[in-house]
Design a protein around this ligand. Structure first.
Ligand SMILES: Cc1ncc(COP(=O)(O)O)c(C=O)c1O
Length: 446
């Protein structure tokens, strides 16, 4: 009798523990898997698949030949080796931050004292992604409003959702975000008494992910002026994500929005070594308004109290020995060729496919082309085309991933992001041919 009661109790505990979940935080519950995870695993599971999806950079032009030299430079003396192998500081290596400030000034063709800023305003992070996260974390409470483009960089949208932000989106044309749409939205929000909730305006100002579109020079200062005009309850932060800035391969890159923020009060300019050098360093950086630096460093201190010091020493060596700039030139030439291969292939295979209803962007740099198909062709992950394309051996990013959850807008399902980043020229040509075959089959009802 006694024995039976013990075993029943054991069973009860066992079945309750099966159902018992952890007490996840509300932030964890709001977080969802990044779409990119799904795509990376689909590539791994399908050898032979041509990925025009994942935003990886070109393998062939990774700076592998410089790595030994950079390690050699860092390890030149026992003292320099020890310094690089020790913990660094939360804000990042001092000489690297000074070099980055000079680098940003030279990209904008201004003197290093152009901004009310010094190396103390530069923060080095684990990729620019960490800084995007921390900036949102220090400014956004659940229910606060963050304004992004429509479409926008989907990893950042996931961050905003996890923080409980209310995402509102801005119209774009082939010259980037329409400043009038920012002004109109902020006016509406003010009239609705919501302006105090607006914390961030997020702009990918060069060769945007996912569209490849660059915000034209004439719109840049105006964006800043609008943000200033509506900074009535607190300053609204304009995050200028310039991850692809240095990969400009056609014409002259316009000045940054940050260039116009000489008092260094409204714009956080974020850049990275991932795209113009190597994502393996996973090192990014930002030029921040002075009164944001402390809040950002407090959070970064909680997360890691400093990014990988060895990487920072190597990157400083790359900049100071001129290898970084040389390498960026190599990348620009390479991506220009690959972008042209993609655009030529699109012309060849889809040039006469429903003209007027089919359209793709012409990037002046970066890694992406955005393709719009006739409205009846569903590019979504559950649609016919995505499966057909996988069966043909090619993958793209469905446009549906790239739109924030703006209650005022309906997500289009006939767009896709293509990248010429990771595939070689022959693969790009073959990938577009396969994609066009799948698109034509779906259009023909097959
Ligand atoms: C627009 C944009 N910003 C930021 C990032 C983050 O890159 P990382 O953290 O490697 O610097 C990416 C990566 O793809 C991106 O596309």
């Amino acid at each position: 009798m006694k024995k039976k009661s013990v075993s029943t109790k054991g069973k009860a505990v066992k079945s309750a523990s099966k159902k018992l979940g952890f007490g996840l935080s509300s932030r964890a519950k709001r977080s969802r898997p990044q779409p990119i995870n799904y795509m990376l695993s689909a590539v791994a599971a399908n050898p032979g698949l041509i990925s025009l999806a994942a935003g990886l950079v070109d393998y062939e032009t990774l700076p592998t030949e410089h790595i030994a030299e950079l390690v050699g430079e860092v390890m030149k003396t026992p003292k320099s080796s020890q310094l690089a192998m020790q913990y660094g500081s939360t804000e990042g290596l001092t000489q690297l931050r000074q070099a980055l400030l000079e680098h940003l000034a030279s990209l904008d063709d201004v003197a290093v004292d152009h901004w009310k800023a010094d190396a103390g305003n530069i923060v080095v992070t684990n990729g620019s992604q960490q800084l995007l996260f921390i900036l949102a974390d220090v400014l956004v409470d659940p229910g606060d409003i963050v304004i992004t483009a429509w479409p926008s960089y989907f990893v950042y949208t996931c961050v905003l959702e996890s923080l409980g932000a209310n995402v509102r989106c801005l119209e774009m044309d082939e010259n980037g975000i329409l400043p009038d749409s920012l002004e109109a939205l902020l006016t509406d929000l003010e009239q609705a008494g919501q302006l105090p909730k607006v914390k961030i305006v997020y702009v990918t100002s060069y060769h945007q992910n996912p569209t490849g579109i660059t915000l034209s020079a004439d719109r840049r200062e105006r964006m800043l002026e609008i943000v200033k005009k509506f900074s009535k309850h607190h300053r609204i932060l304009l995050i200028e994500d310039a991850a692809y800035r240095e990969l400009t391969f056609e014409g002259q890159a316009p000045p940054s929005i940050k260039k116009y923020d000489r008092d260094n009060k409204y714009v956080a300019l974020l850049q990275t070594f991932s795209k113009p050098f190597a994502p393996g360093f996973k090192t990014g950086y930002g030029l921040l308004p002075s009164d944001l630096v402390e809040a950002v460093l407090n959070q970064k201190g909680n997360q890691d109290f400093g990014s990988a010091n060895l990487c920072q020493h190597m990157l400083y060596a790359a900049i100071s020995k001129g290898l970084y700039h040389k390498h960026v030139d190599v990348l620009r030439k390479n991506y220009k060729k690959k972008a042209h291969a993609m655009l030529d292939a699109l012309n060849k295979h889809l040039g006469d496919f429903f003209p007027g209803k089919t359209h793709w962007t012409i990037p002046l740099g970066g890694l992406y082309v955005y393709l719009k198909l006739p409205k009846n062709i569903d590019t979504g992950v559950k649609g016919k085309l995505f499966k057909k394309a996988l069966a043909e051996g090619v993958m793209y990013v469905p446009g549906e991933f790239c739109y924030g959850p703006d209650p005022a807008r309906k997500i289009p399902n006939n767009m896709m992001r293509l990248t010429f980043g990771v595939a070689g020229i022959k693969e790009i040509q073959e990938g577009v041919a396969r994609l066009a075959k799948a698109i034509k089959a779906v259009a023909a009802g097959k």
